[in-house]
Design a protein around this ligand. Structure first.
Ligand code: UDP
Ligand code: MG
Length: 324
């Protein structure tokens, strides 16, 4: 890792097809970071964008010596892009994670820094409102946080909190020890622990471009969260199977009893089918559930690198270099 410039703060920004917002974002971010008054860098991670995002990043790096650019070799998804950015962040005091789409207003960073006292390692930004998001998205998000609260046993994920946060160097170093492939960042942030504090903010609607998340990916995201942090679904299927088996045995005894007392009336076909189908369904469900975990074990055991960097251009200087 190139030395020389060691900023106090690093701002990590994963970007996927963000060409429209990037210049505005950088302008607003610079204004805020200047106000804080400590040396800083911003690490833009290009997560295999298919538009001019990378060119935009390089253009910013030309004008501004505090811009680092990490270009991933393809699209790896936000969670991994974020990890790549954290790996390349050189901030010695604090590291800030923020989305590029201006849904997390950069101005809130000033509040995060203000709230960041010696007794806490993380200050996370908690959403006040979800302007511009549909009722159903709000509802699914609400449900997700409540389910996670139930399932995550000791790991408490704060509700209505995204990845937008300020973390201490030691917290990030701990976080980066976790190299698992199925990276549910919200869960990992919570897993490392350390004292934290929340700052409320109003989440703005996306300023340009479009969200790359749809309900299918949200569902997968939720599944990721649940299976990465809980084996309860596995245990659940055990108890469900046990309960159903006990019921089936009772039913069997009842049938035998009836037959012995009243004789065989050869009328068992519908109930037989019902039982077989019911048990078959439960078995399939259980097998599917086990498959979810086996698939994750399979992926983890491959021990592949999380991402590949195509190019890394570190920030050079403390001050803005005037255009030559
Ligand atoms: N992002 C990324 N890789 C992806 C998808 C998204 O780096 O594959 C970035 C994106 O550029 C943005 C942030 O992750 O800075 C959040 O993405 P988005 O706004 O699409 O998510 P939402 O706000 O809807 O949760
Ligand atoms: Mg967004």
């Amino acid at each position: 890792m190139p030395s020389g410039f060691s900023p106090a703060f690093s701002v990590v920004v994963p970007c996927y097809n963000e060409q429209e917002v990037l210049p505005i974002f950088h302008q607003r971010l610079s204004a805020v970071m200047e106000g804080i008054g400590a040396p800083w860098e911003v690490v833009y991670v290009n997560d295999g964008s298919r538009d001019q995002t990378l060119a935009g990043m390089y253009a910013l790096a030309e004008q501004d010596g505090r811009v680092s650019v990490v270009n991933l070799s393809r699209n790896f998804g936000k969670e991994i892009a974020l990890t790549a950015g954290l790996d390349h962040a050189r901030g010695t005091r604090g590291i800030i994670v923020i989305d590029a789409d201006l849904q997390d207003p950069p101005e809130v960073i000033a509040d995060l820094v203000t709230a960041w006292t010696d007794d806490v390692d993380t200050v996370y930004a908690r959403r006040n409102t979800r302007e511009g998001e549909s009722i159903s998205k709000r509802l699914t998000a609400w449900m997700f946080y409540r389910v996670m609260k139930r399932l995550g046993n000791k790991v408490v994920i704060p509700p209505d909190t995204g990845d937008f946060r300020l973390m201490s160097r030691r917290l990030v170093d701990s976080l980066l020890l976790l190299r698992e492939r199925h990276r549910f960042m919200k869960g990992l942030f919570a897993w490392v622990g350390f004292p934290s504090r929340a700052v409320l903010y109003d989440r703005a609607p996306r300023s340009a471009g479009k969200s790359s998340f749809n309900y299918w990916s949200l569902w997968n995201f939720a599944l990721e969260g649940i299976t990465s942090f809980s084996v309860l679904p596995l245990q659940l299927s055990t108890y469900m199977g046990l309960g159903i088996s006990i019921l089936a045995v009772c039913y069997g005894i009842w049938i035998v009893g009836c037959t012995l007392l009243f004789g065989n009336r050869v009328a068992g076909y519908p109930s037989l089918m019902a039982v077989i189908l019911f048990l078959g369904g439960i078995q399939l469900m259980t097998v599917g559930l086990i498959g979810e975990y086996v698939g994750r074990i399979f992926n983890e055991t491959k021990k592949r690198p999380l991402y590949l960097v195509e190019a890394y251009r570190p920030a050079q200087e403390k001050e803005r270099t005037p255009e030559a």
